[in-house]
Design a protein around this ligand. Structure first.
Ligand SMILES: Cc1cc2nc3c(=O)[nH]c(=O)nc-3n(C[C@H](O)[C@H](O)[C@H](O)COP(=O)(O)OP(=O)(O)OC[C@H]3O[C@@H](n4cnc5c(N)ncnc54)[C@H](O)[C@@H]3O)c2cc1C
Length: 303
């Protein structure tokens, strides 16, 4: 491997000083000292061997991430070139789908629709990769992706690969206990529905999402988790505190959905974090609820 290699026939492309703003949906982030896109587990293992002692971060679609404005003194590994979807085995009405980490969730849904596999329809419209979705137990309309995971292949920090079953993945609301890089995920789905029925369900869920969330804007999805045991969602609490439209620099609380912060121009991670603090303080003052971040914040301090 050489720095700057980007050819599709290579095991990995490696770039020095890659701007992470190009790899996050909110378009924020300093440069990664080393940025690598391995295409398979073998390439990943070799990268991790070379990186022994260096901090390592994993990035999928970058749709739930806020990355510091400073340069990141780490090896950032992106999964976006780890691709592949395979319908492995089918018994009765069940179907097992094996998906590589970097496969976009939208492509997995399209595969399911074309092959008459149901289960994932509620997740229509969630951006990012399958690996990121499983790591954060992404969900919508009452389904969390962990509900459908049967097992996963995971590489530890030394690049050693093992199979982990669902029961050991610690799925909770927008969290899993997985440490290491998810390489491949097995999903337990159902056969039997017609592609048109599946398509209709996906479209209905997507339309609902489009009406309530600023999907086309530069955001990192929901900033805060919905507080447990509260009847109000984080978005409603922020709205009730009169914070829609509140800004720090170019970062603004969305007028469409108050739990989305939009980068309206040249917003920075510092502005984003300051707005998070202001919103958290104001919501606590108004409702007594302390909001917890849903987005993952990556900074050198966290290493
Ligand atoms: C417009 C919009 C709408 C959204 N709607 C929803 C929604 O309805 N429901 C919902 O749950 N989320 C939603 N999100 C948030 C986000 O899309 C999901 O959380 C998504 O599943 C994250 O996947 P990703 O590949 O982008 O992960 P990233 O943002 O790249 O990473 C998120 C975290 O997962 C880790 N990670 C990524 N890949 C791997 C891997 N292979 N192995 C181990 N760890 C990994 C990263 O290190 C990081 O900690 C939305 C985001 C946007 C921008």
């Amino acid at each position: 491997m050489k720095a700057g290699q980007t050819g599709k026939d290579k095991d990995a492309s490696v770039t020095i000083g890659e701007p992470m703003a190009n790899h996050t949906s909110v378009r924020i982030g300093g440069r990664a000292e080393i940025f690598a896109r391995p295409v398979n587990a073998d390439a990943l293992s070799r990268l991790l061997e070379c990186a022994s002692g260096i901090p390592v971060f994993f990035v999928g679609g970058g749709t739930n991430l806020l990355i510091t404005d400073e340069d990141i003194k780490a090896l950032v590994i992106s999964t976006v070139d780890m691709r592949g979807i395979e319908l492995r085995e089918t018994q009765g009405n069940g179907a097992a789908l094996s998906v590589s980490a970097g496969e976009p969730l939208r492509k997995v849904l399209a595969f399911c629709m074309n092959n008459g596999l149901s289960g994932l329809e509620p997740l229509a419209g969630i951006p990012g990769t399958i690996g990121g979705a499983v790591a954060g137990n992404a969900g919508a309309h009452g389904l969390q992706i962990g509900d459908l995971v049967s097992r996963a292949l995971i590489a530890d920090s030394a690049g050693k690969v093992k199979t982990v079953v669902k029961e050991d993945m610690g799925f909770k609301y927008r969290r899993s206990s997985v440490s290491g890089l998810i390489l491949q995920v097995d999903l337990a789905l159902e056969k039997g529905k017609k592609p048109e029925e599946i398509k209709e369900l996906m479209q209905r869920n997507f339309e609902m999402k489009k009406k309530t969330q600023p999907l086309a804007a530069r955001s990192a999805g929901c900033v805060f988790k919905n507080p447990e045991g509260q009847k109000n969602s984080a978005g409603r609490l922020i709205d009730a505190a009169g914070l829609k439209g509140r800004r720090v620099g170019d970062i603004e609380v969305s007028g469409m959905h108050a739990n989305f912060f939009i980068n309206t121009g040249k917003g920075s991670a510092a502005d984003f974090l300051e707005l998070m603090d202001k919103v958290r303080d104001e919501v606590k003052k108004r409702s007594g609820v302390v909001l917890e971040p849903e987005i993952r914040v990556i900074s050198n301090v966290n290493n």
